[in-house]
Design a protein around this ligand. Sequence first.
Ligand code: F6P
Length: 326
Amino acid sequence: MAEIKCVGILTSGGDAPGMNAAIRAVTRSAIYNGFEVKGIYRGYRGLITGEIVQFRTNNVSNIIQQGGTILKTARSKEFMTPEGRVTAHETLLKEKIDALVVIGGDGSLTGARIFAQEFNFPIVGIPGTIDNDLYGTDTTIGYDTALNTIMEAVDKIRDTATSHERLFFIEVMGRDAGFLALNGAIASGAEAAIIPEISTEVDQLEELIKNGFRKSKNSSIVLVAESELTGGAMGMAERVKKEYPEYDVRVTILGHIQRGGSPTAADRILSSRMGAAAIDALLDDQRNVMIGIQDDKIVYIPFSKAIKNQKPINRDLLNTLKILSI
Ligand code: F6P
């Protein structure tokens, strides 16, 4: 395999708290191991437009605690075209970048996989997404911070829900995955979570109403995963207004607040470990793999597995939530 002298690093797709900690870890670990490092701005778009800067250890000083990504991020339409990828490859040759570390979610790693195959180019992926929807890793960068943000927001909404004795549907992100909704519901003591993974199996709203409000109180908090399959919080509220008009229902959509903020200790540690592991993987001659974490151990997951397989939710958690909301 061709010798790697220079590693390029980029963040792509939705930003996630902890991406900066990962950029720091990749940069410092690469320099420690004798590589040159180049930061590529605005994800794959920066590969096409050539927005690339040489990184030294101090380029990543004082960022471990910052949310967002100092490299900026984008969802590049051009990179989805063969012509765009040819230009990106030419940029890499011009910049003498021999390998890439891509930090991002499902879409970003899909792009990485296609590019790696087309140009036989070494890429290592790091799962950076609040959605936690990548197969082969117990958790992803940003997920823990987003969960904490959800929990704090729900704690506040609970005050008004209780005072007015209302039913609140709180919509959380996750694209088509229910990890944030399900674990957010457990963490915030919500009555239920409505998630896409079981949307086709049961009418979750009907179940919820059938179980009734908790006997001891008249307010209720339900977390709804954004997804066409669930209909989102607005969809749920419209159904309640039509089918169960006796309930006083309100909706809160948490939105992009979930993607911001300083990363938690868990996310900083995860990002630091995964960033260092990405460089270890390149030294280990690993190509086209995503760094994952399973039972607290770093693992390498081929892109094909990480992207194609649907990560299953832990169904025991549904039961726990049900039991605890009696
Ligand atoms: O993948 C991360 C995520 O925040 C999803 O949860 C959400 O569906 C999506 O990105 C929103 O993307 P954008 O910020 O481009 O609207």
